[in-house]
Ligand binder design. Structure first.
Ligand code: NAD
Length: 280
């Protein structure tokens, strides 16, 4: 029988536990969210983060900034938040407008307040095996989900599709750290199927709707669908052809209801982690 990796239920459990810890310590963690422009998807994501943060006792501070803001002006906002002792965690909602150099922006966030774990110091610590101040939320949520369902990672062949700094690369590192044999595929990979067919664990993070079909996986593989695409009919679709793949898979994330809620839960866990590091 296929196991449904229910991120919605697990994230609710995690958030209830987190709210309990925050309340027990009478803690007042504060998360700043910078949102540049009026991307409708970003607005929805930020509203959701704001709502969930409030629900667990984290104070969100959303900074909506004009889409034409200059690189320097945006850097100044980050500097102010870095210096503000009342702010424990900083998130810059992606994507940023094209004229903005996102890498420079992310690098400017203090590693101590870098809730997404994207600052080069935190990335370097993750890769070198030191402890980062925070670890990227989406791969961290996936590891928690695999652990919750007691899915063994060590000695497994893990294939990650997508090589972004946000998902693919940190995911690869985190699976490698847990002794999986990791292959990273991407848009220039030839014959993707030849890799996925040998995979015990597949993490697909491409935004390419229904890229992963039943003929591409082996029986009982664990399938993690990170992708979120909006189809022409307005429907949201993942990277995995869930209907057909779920028959063969040993375990699979629903999408929605799998990776998405875990990502938000990890964002709030990371906020409290940074708060605790700063106040201990
Ligand atoms: P990205 O655009 O930065 O990277 C996409 C990657 O997929 C690239 O490395 C590219 O080479 C690869 N790719 C694209 N099409 C491919 C194909 N046909 N075959 C093989 N590889 C292909 O995206 P990202 O920020 O990593 O996000 C990926 C997807 O995951 C998006 O749909 C995004 O919305 C979603 N996402 C979801 C969550 C969540 O919490 N659910 C979090 C982050 C990202």
């Amino acid at each position: 029988m296929t196991i449904l990796l229910d991120g919605k239920t697990l994230s609710t459990k995690i958030l209830i536990d987190l709210a309990g810890r925050i309340s027990a310590q009478n803690a007042k963690p504060k998360l700043a969210v910078i949102m540049v422009g009026d991307n409708p998807a970003s607005q929805i994501y930020v509203k959701l983060k704001e709502k969930r943060a409030k629900a667990v006792g984290i104070e969100p501070l959303v900074l909506p900034l004009d889409k034409n803001i200059s690189q320097n002006a945006l850097l100044e906002h980050i500097d102010i938040l870095n210096e503000d002792p009342a702010i424990n965690a900083i998130l810059v909602q992606m994507p940023l407008p094209e004229h903005i150099d996102a890498e420079q922006i992310v690098s400017r966030i203090s590693p101590f307040k870098d809730v997404d774990g994207f600052n080069p110091i935190n990335v370097g610590n993750l890769v070198s095996g030191s402890t980062p101040y925070a670890v990227p939320c989406t791969p961290l949520g996936i590891i928690k989900l695999l652990n919750e369902y007691k899915i063994t990672i060590a000695e497994k062949n893990a294939v990650i599709i997508g090589r972004s700094n946000i998902v693919g690369k940190p995911m690869a590192q985190m699976l490698l750290d847990r002794n999986a044999t990791v292959t990273i595929c991407h848009s220039k990979t030839k014959n993707l199927k030849s890799f996925t067919q040998n995979a015990d664990i597949i993490v697909s993070a491409t935004g390419s709707p229904k890229l992963i079909t039943a003929d591409m996986i082996k029986q009982n593989a664990v399938i993690i669908d990170v992708g979120v695409s909006k189809l022409e009919n307005g429907k949201i679709c993942g990277d995995v052809d869930f209907e057909n793949v779920s028959y063969l898979a040993g375990a699979i994330t629903p999408n929605p209801g799998g990776v998405g809620p875990m990502t938000i839960a990890m964002l709030l866990e990371n906020t409290f982690r940074l708060y605790s590091q700063q106040t201990k």
